[in-house]
Design a binder for this molecule. Structure first.
Ligand SMILES: Cc1ncc(C[n+]2csc(CCOP(=O)(O)OP(=O)(O)O)c2C)c(N)n1
Ligand SMILES: [Mg+2]
Length: 333
């Protein structure tokens, strides 16, 4: 499908939102924000390239590295920043932090730090959609490391057996903590080849090329919605920072490799910007205005978070799926 100029610009703006949020979150972390962050910087083209082709009520599940996945889906800066800051105005009233955010108003069902665990959950959600006879799609983001888990096998087996409407989005950032993906998957040319084992389509694209992701998504998503069954879409990208922001990520990766992926020729946002400038879809001045606007929004989001009420230790027990009651009553049990 030929993408319209408007669509490409929309994708670019989403990518800028994701990057700006991540950059600010890292800054706030360094200034003393609680918790820690697994940065998605570098992988923005994958969620931003595909999200514009989803319907508003499709479902999303993501991982410990999911900030861009949810921002691309429309998660607000304020409620996301407040969540990171452990404030009760956050999406999950401050108890999820960076790694477990759910935003039910956007059908973002949650992020999980247990590698691979979202995959069978996504199949379960899609089974629910099928039983309810809806045409909703479930999008499940996970990493290259997750494809080595039993949960990945179970989730894809189940989705294939029941012909479920799941888009499995494999964000191949090439590293599983300090291990390169080829360590476990070295007999494969790419990880989308794993789809063959389940008899479902597996498509691998340059995950730093937002247009390539969008072109693939614009074909795949309508097919899934028509009942075509699950698809595995791999985007090959790069984890720009360490595994989390406390890991420099430089002891097990060659310096030249990191520099190459940070370069404007590789960076997904710089790549799309040069395309937009060349095609006269955007001017440099407009691009700078976008930055100013995003900075303003982020200043407001940080102020909102900092001025919101901090959560108390007892809040960990409130609204919990497991205990489902207030901590006072729990103490009497
Ligand atoms: C089941 C399980 N095993 C191990 C871990 C520790 N761990 C956390 S993230 C991670 C690497 C995951 O790699 P990948 O799936 O590629 O995701 P990425 O971190 O690159 O986004 C590991 C091994 C975990 N959280 N869960
Ligand atoms: Mg990875």
């Amino acid at each position: 499908m030929k993408l319209s100029k408007e669509k490409i610009k929309e994708i670019y703006l989403l990518m800028k939102r994701c990057r700006a949020f991540e950059d600010r979150a890292i800054l706030e972390l360094r200034k003393g924000m609680p918790g820690f962050i697994h940065s998605s910087v570098g992988a923005e083209a994958i969620p931003c390239g595909l999200t514009p082709f989803l319907a508003p009520d499709d479902y999303i599940l993501t991982t410990h590295r999911g900030h861009s996945d949810i921002i691309a889906r429309g998660a607000g800066f304020k409620a996301t920043m407040a969540e990171l800051y452990a404030r009760e105005t956050g999406y999950c009233r401050g108890v999820s932090g960076s790694m477990h955010i759910a935003a039910m108003d956007l059908n973002i069902l949650g992020a999980t730090g247990i590698v691979g665990s979202g995959v069978p959950l996504a199949s379960g959600v899609a089974l629910g959609c099928k039983l309810q006879k809806t045409d909703k799609i479930t999008v499940c983001y996970f990493g290259d490391g997750a494809t080595c888990t039993g949960a990945f096998h179970e989730g894809l087996t189940f989705a294939a057996a029941f012909d479920l409407s799941v888009l499995f989005v494999l964000v191949n950032n090439q590293y599983e903590e300090s291990t390169h993906w080829t360590y476990w998957g070295g007999k494969l040319n790419n990880l989308a080849e794993r789809a063959k084992g389940y008899g479902i389509p597996g498509i691998s694209v340059d995950g730093n090329d937002a247009i390539a992701v969008a072109e693939a998504a614009s074909k795949i998503i309508p097919q899934i919605r028509k009942g075509g069954g699950p698809v595995l879409l791999e985007g090959i990208t790069y984890r720009i920072y360490g595994h989390h922001m406390g890991d420099p990520g430089t002891t097990y990766r060659p310096k030249e490799e990191i520099e190459q992926w940070r370069s404007p020729e590789k960076d997904p946002i710089s790549r799309l910007l040069s395309y937009l400038l060349k095609k006269n879809i955007l001017t440099e001045k407009e691009d700078q205005e976008i930055d100013v606007q995003l900075e303003r929004e982020l200043d407001e989001a940080v102020a909102f978070a900092i001025n919101s009420k901090e959560i108390e230790p007892e809040d960990a027990f409130r609204n919990s799926v497991y205990c489902g009651r207030e901590v006072d009553t729990l103490k009497k049990v």
